[in-house]
Design a protein around this ligand. Structure first.
Ligand code: BGC
Length: 764
């Protein structure tokens, strides 16, 4: 159930808090955050409250505070807070009586709207409204508008203090070694924060409603610069204040004069004008991305749109120097690092809707190729081994130790950065998906082929020839299920490794035949001749776990021999994530049939046609019984898999849970940021799972398995640069394609073949 109220106002949907809820403060700050791919600002209250953790994060703005710590997304100066003093009395919601309260997020525009009515000790009742957005039209711009209205008396001397506060830390760690603060032309507030390798410039301009402005003065504090604005106003008369903030990292930095000009322009035209431009941009994005579902309840529709809102605003549009973090730009969680989440869970939404952005995400990985080569070499492997956790570069950033074990006082070693290798295949999978969907030869020539060949070289050196078994094996690894460490022949990993070597062999042969010049170039650079034999060998002889007599694909060599966790239901139901680790040690968990998250099931999602339906069905059910879903990546994966095998009721059960991962009644979830992969997984489940869409080998496959009460779904996808409108129900499929195609597109609906010319209607 969605914790927030869902409100439809006109065509737009808002999520609203159901009252003043300090317990949910941290969660709501993440869930209602204002982001635009460049910046992410947590939706903290403007007025200071006891609970809350302010945060502004800028894509790609990382720093390592201490040698032994890993690099993290820096919590940047705060621009949202304001202090209010009315006729000598400080205004704090926690000290005053709250008479009315509203805080909501428009999930189509990303605007935050907060209205609070307070009674002060003096008896004065007032209303404070705070609106804000991070502009999609100018990604450096953040705008906030504050309106103060006395309801039962006058304000003779009101004081508002706000500005740029550089005292923010990442949970106590301060990253800027120096912060310069100053005021220009008695108008612009400016803070420059210095990191060893980057700087951040935050410039601010503001305007107050003419009627009330009395005086303005500037305050310079340690690591911050503020304006104090005084005003007076009478009962029912509002005083308003608009704040325009321009934020730039060193590499995007434009002349200060230019920034000032822009801010002045925004200020002169006002909040509504800047918001209008932002709204226009969002509208054009939704036009492509929107999914209409007839029959969906308002809550379902809202949760799906919420997922899309965050996907849209976590994308660093048009850039290749940063990617998408596991928490987007909404919190400190996972230190802003990038995982396989991006390629496997998030990339598909962009690939099918904004393929040029899917390319940018992959180019980010290409920029990290040299670092991946270095990682491979450091571990004694060949080719490129991509980092389990990446930040700005391609270097491995997984912390070596996690939080202390409170019982032993010792830090737990984190093995993922050392042993969780499947990310090197996940990236290749995403590359090939991208190429098949777009035919972008230019990307392949500049980045794709090289990455695929280097990954194949890695896997070939990673696999060991096992004389006794007569095959290649991959030992001592971690698959997607992180509760099972140090295992041999994880099914997901082995199949994905073979996928890479096989792809490399096919492409090398194709290039040699069709593009000999390019082949020569790559061959010289990567020594292809020397590698290809090894790729062929591993492709032919790597051990691939096959279904046993019960049709179960063993997750790894020993998984099926282990005992089950008897009280698994307790942990499945627990509100606390990973509660099982409080009762059992890691070593005990490793020796049980218990999964943190989907593992074999992920393999079935990525290759829906690799195994017969009966095998898929058996495995999904078998592994689900053993999965706690302690990772947010799990419900969506199970929902998609169940939909694919037509187990709609079960799919719906999981779908309902993944829909509310960030929106449910648990105040402890999402406190350090939203769950980006799960949000991507929602889209995957809707489009791949329920609509049954899959594009493979030049053919669009559709086999709808739509939940009973959803009558029809409609959305757009992009194939080879052209748009296709898809309308599906369990009774019919209707396709319409945009102009510009020169060839019909092969389409298969529930296994029946058709050709899509201009349009196609198939009854099921
Ligand atoms: C999951 C990983 C995931 C990471 C970031 C972990 O808890 O086990 O699969 O990549 O979170 O979302």
């Amino acid at each position: 159930m969605i914790h927030y109220a869902v409100e439809k106002r006109g065509q737009e949907i808002w999520l609203a808090e159901r009252g003043y809820e300090p317990r949910f403060a941290l969660k709501t700050e993440s869930v209602f955050a204002q982001c635009n791919g460049y910046m992410g600002v947590r939706a903290s209250h403007g007025l200071s409250v006891l609970d809350g953790r302010r945060g502004m994060f800028i894509a790609g703005f990382f720093n390592r505070a201490y040698e032994e710590e890993s690099t993290e997304l820096v919590n940047c100066p705060d621009v949202t807070e304001y202090l209010l003093k009315l006729d000598g009395e400080d205004v704090y919601p926690d000290r005053a009586s709250i008479l009315g309260y509203e805080r909501r997020l428009n999930i189509q525009t990303g605007e935050l709207f907060n209205k609070i009515r307070l009674r002060l000790d003096s008896g004065l009742e007032l209303e404070v409204t705070d609106r804000r957005f991070a502009s999609m039209e100018d990604q450096h711009l953040f705008v906030q508008k504050i309106i103060i209205t006395p309801l039962n008396g006058t304000i003779q001397k009101g004081e508002l203090v706000t500005g740029i506060n550089g005292q923010q830390t990442n949970s106590g760690v301060s990253h800027f070694h120096k912060i310069d603060c100053r005021v220009y032309e008695k108008q612009f507030l400016h803070v420059t924060g210095y990191l060893p390798e980057d700087t951040l410039s935050v410039l601010m301009d503001c305007s107050c409603s003419n009627s009330g402005e009395d005086t303005k003065e500037f305050l310079l504090k340690r690591r911050g610069v503020f304006g104090r604005y005084t005003f007076h106003t009478t009962e029912g008369e509002s005083w308003s204040y608009e704040k325009y903030v321009y934020i730039q990292k060193e590499e995007d930095r434009t002349e200060l004069e230019l920034q000032k000009e822009k801010l002045e322009e925004y200020r002169r035209s006002g909040y509504e004008s800047a918001f209008g431009k932002h709204h226009e941009k969002m509208r054009s994005i939704w036009k492509r991305a929107g999914i209409q579902i007839q029959g969906a309840t308002l809550e379902e529709d809202a949760a799906i749109k919420f997922a899309q809102y965050h996907l849209i605003v976590m994308m660093p549009w048009h850039r290749t120097d940063c990617s998408i973090a596991a928490k987007g730009l909404t919190g400190e969680g996972y230190k802003g690092h990038v995982f396989w989440d991006t390629e496997i869970f998030i990339n598909p939404f962009f690939l099918y809707t904004f393929p040029e952005e899917a390319r940018n995400l992959l180019e980010f990985r290409y920029r990290g190729l040299d670092a991946a080569r270095e990682k491979a070499e450091a571990y004694g492997y060949q080719g490129a081994m991509f980092p389990w956790e990446a930040a700005k570069t391609g270097k491995e950033e997984t912390p070596l130790y996690a939080a202390l074990n409170i019982h032993t006082g010792k830090a737990n070693k984190v093995w993922s950065g050392i042993k969780e290798h499947h990310v090197t295949a996940d990236i290749i999978y995403a590359i090939w998906q991208y190429y098949t969907m777009t035919g972008d030869e230019n990307f392949m020539q500049n980045c794709g082929y090289e990455m695929i060949f280097e990954a194949a070289a890695f896997w070939t050196s990673r696999a060991r020839w096992d004389e006794a078994r007569g095959c290649y094996v991959i030992e001592d690894t971690i698959g997607p299920d992180e509760y099972t460490e140090h295992i041999d022949n994880n099914a997901y990993t082995n199949y994905m490794a073979r996928y890479c070597t096989n792809l490399a062999v096919t492409l090398a042969k194709k290039l040699e035949r069709n593009q000999p010049r390019l082949y020569q170039e790559l061959s010289q650079k990567l020594n292809l001749q020397q590698h290809i034999k090894g790729w062929v060998d591993v492709t032919d002889k790597i051990y691939l776990p096959v279904p046993d007599t019960n049709l179960i694909i063993p997750q790894d060599d020993t998984f099926l021999t282990k005992k089950r966790l008897t009280d698994i239901e307790k942990y499945k139901k627990s509100q606390i994530k990973q509660a099982v680790l409080l009762d059992y040690s890691r070593d005990e968990i490793v020796n049980m049939q218990v999964l943190k998250q989907a593992d074999v099931v992920m393999l079935l999602n990525l290759f829906p046609h690799m195994f017969p339906e009966e095998v898929v069905k058996k495995n999904v059910l078998f592994y689900e019984e053993r999965t706690i879903h302690d990772s947010s990546l799990s419900y969506c994966a199970h929902a998609q898999a169940c939909a694919a095998i037509g187990q709609i009721e079960l799919a719906w059960e999981f779908f309902k849970r993944c829909l509310v991962i960030d929106l449910d009644e648990n105040p402890n979830d999402s406190t350090d940021g939203i769950h980006a992969a799960s949000l991507g997984g929602i889209w995957n489940c809707v489009v791949f799972g329920f609509a049954g869409i899959n594009y493979e080998d030049g053919q669009l496959n559709i086999s709808p398995k739509i939940p009973e009460h959803w009558k029809e779904m409609q959305f757009y996808i992009q194939i080879h640069g052209y748009e296709i409108q898809v309308r599906v129900s369990n009774q019919e499929v209707v396709l319409k394609r945009g102009g510009g195609w020169d060839q019909p597109l092969p389409v298969s609906v529930n296994g029946r073949d058709f050709l899509l010319e201009d349009s196609l209607k198939v009854m099921i």
